[in-house]
Design a protein around this ligand. Structure first.
Ligand code: PMP
Length: 406
């Protein structure tokens, strides 16, 4: 590829002198009196200084040090994230904490990448609709333009490689497009992208930019070794984003990660707020990412993932039995499914889909997402896989609602 970090990243970011604090030089190891950071020496305003996980099992969280600023680097947490993604299936190299940026959800990584690479008012990102909405929202916030190259039609929803390649080769656009955001498995498509297609974009011979693969839903894919995180050891122009919000069930703590080359990770870390990850978030995340030996949450993640996949398979079996439900439009690699609603003639129908969406919420108390305004998703609802009881209630409510809107 033609990637060159020195000419691709924003000059002001490359020249940035990152924020430093005294604790970069003198550690909080119990031997020093810390009078450097204007913290409250008498400790947190809390009546209890331990928080126990539900059921009082496993390690408790220590709240007694919450008067201190958190670790700006989060190396132990980053090591656990590396361990999770190290398979050596794609490379003999090993991911290390130097490959990581951790943020307030992957939403922070989406934004940090824009601030790192795109000059406001000048540069652009390329997105492939239908896709996750925050790429374009974050681009607008940063005054960065959008180039849209739609995915191939349903049900594959693959990358249109010739069209993406053409956009990245265009004499007027190529130098302005700094980032390509790919979502795999896609939201709202639910489909894993083909590795060869991602590689084709990474290998573009003349384009000087970064390919961002958003793997928020990767753990729900049945394909073994689906994650491209380890490719960050090989490709200097690849960033792979992940999150604890989905398979790990920790959307509330806000923890996202971006795997990148050490050079790109260093640049992303240089521009973040120094204490972006709270001590509470880091403590809970480390607990969740630890194995059974440490009383950790990895086994719990695998259990809940298996249950969600069973309910996803049940939806795939039972949805076609409901009159008015058309085809499954996307893939089965996520914890949601995209279905189209049909009109009386059996054609995809946005009016029906919108009516079903509203009636489900207003008369049945079941909230799904209407996606029918997005490219290639006419008449589509996106349904998150719930618990067994929730799926039972959803199926019954959908059947009744479809009968009512007719
Ligand atoms: N990427 C995709 C594709 C998503 O669907 C979402 C959440 N809906 C995110 C990223 C954001 O996740 P986080 O909670 O890590 O910010």
């Amino acid at each position: 590829s033609a990637f060159n970090l020195e000419t691709c990243a924003r000059p002001n970011i490359l020249a940035l002198e990152p924020y430093r604090c005294a604790r970069d030089d003198y550690k909080d190891d119990g031997t020093n009196i810390l009078l450097d950071a204007n913290e409250n020496a008498y400790g947190p305003s809390l009546s209890s200084t331990t928080a126990l996980p539900p059921g009082n099992q496993g390690p408790s969280l220590d709240l007694s040090t919450l008067h201190r600023y958190p670790d700006p680097h989060q190396e132990p947490l980053k090591q656990l994230l590396c361990n999770l993604r190290t398979t050596h299936a794609h490379t003999s190299k090993t991911l290390t904490p130097a490959n990581l940026f951790v943020g307030v959800g992957s939403d922070e990584a989406i934004d940090a990448l824009l601030r790192c690479f795109c000059v406001p008012g000048r540069d652009k990102i390329l997105v492939c609709p239908p896709t996750y909405g925050m790429y374009s929202v974050s681009a607008q916030v940063n005054d960065v333009g959008l180039v849209k190259v739609p995915l191939l039609p349903a049900p594959q929803f693959g990358i249109d490689v010739p069209a993406v390649t053409a956009a990245l080769s265009s004499s007027s656009e190529s130098a302005r497009i700094k980032l390509v955001y790919l979502c795999s498995p896609g939201n709202p498509t639910g489909s894993l992208l083909h590795k060869d297609d991602v590689r084709a974009v990474l290998e573009h011979p003349t384009w000087n930019g970064v390919v961002v693969v958003d793997e928020a839903y990767i753990d729900f894919s049945p394909s073994p070794g689906a994650s491209l995180a380890e490719w960050a050891c090989e490709w200097p122009n690849l960033v792979v984003m992940q999150t604890l919000s989905k398979a790990f069930g920790l959307a509330g703590i806000r923890l996202g990660a971006a795997f990148a080359s050490p050079a790109v990770a260093r640049l992303l870390n240089s521009l973040k707020a120094p204490y972006n990850i709270s001590s509470l978030t880091a403590g809970v995340a480390e607990h969740a990412l630890s194995g059974e030996a440490g009383g950790g949450g990895l086994a719990r993640m695998r259990e809940s993932r298996a249950k969600l996949i069973a309910q996803r398979e049940r939806l795939v079996r039972e949805m076609p039995r409901i009159a008015g439900v058309g085809r499954l439009r996307g893939g089965e690699d996520s914890n949601f499914l995209l279905y189209e609603m049909l009109d009386a003639e059996g054609k995809p129908d946005n009016v029906t889909a919108l009516a079903v969406y509203e009636k489900l919420a207003e008369t049945k108390g079941v909230v799904v997402r209407f996606r029918g305004k997005e490219h290639g998703c006419l008449g589509c609802l996106r349904i998150t896989v719930g618990t067994k009881d929730e799926v039972t209630r959803f199926l019954a409510s959908l059947e009744r609602t479809l009968a009512e809107v007719r």
